[in-house]
Design a binder for this molecule. Structure first.
Ligand code: ZN
Length: 124
């Protein structure tokens, strides 16, 4: 298994911090995560690890590859909506990076050369 690049590692840190923030305020967990959030985070980290763009990755909400299942997508959107603005105060550097990422061009995936099926959902 190949190691993720710095970009993916940073995104994993960002989503981890966001999930912590969300869980702490919504589920009253002071340290770590409740089981639900732990599952959600694990899912998000795996999706990042298998993102076909890796270092050229766009921010997830602009990406054309909808690699999240519908229910997970809704949950992660909830976390991002809540934690996004709050990240600025708590993790200004991670937020700044994320804002810069939003300015990147959104790459298009050539499905044929990438050798992917048009639907995700393999559990890897
Ligand atoms: Zn939680």
């Amino acid at each position: 298994m190949s190691q993720p690049g710095p970009r993916i590692v940073r995104e994993q840190r960002t989503i981890r911090a966001m999930t912590r923030l969300y869980c702490r305020d919504h589920h009253r967990i002071s340290d770590g995560l409740c089981e639900d959030c732990e599952n959600l985070l694990g899912y998000a980290l795996r999706r990042l690890g298998t993102c076909p763009f890796q270092e050229a990755k766009p921010v997830c909400n602009l990406c054309e590859v909808h690699c999240y299942s519908r229910s997970m997508r809704l949950r992660v959107q909830d976390v991002m909506r809540y934690s996004g603005p709050r990240m600025l105060l708590r993790h200004p550097l991670l937020s700044l990076w994320h804002m810069l990422d939003k300015l990147r061009p959104v790459p298009r995936l050539d499905w044929k050369t990438a050798g992917l099926k048009d639907k995700g959902g393999d559990s890897g």
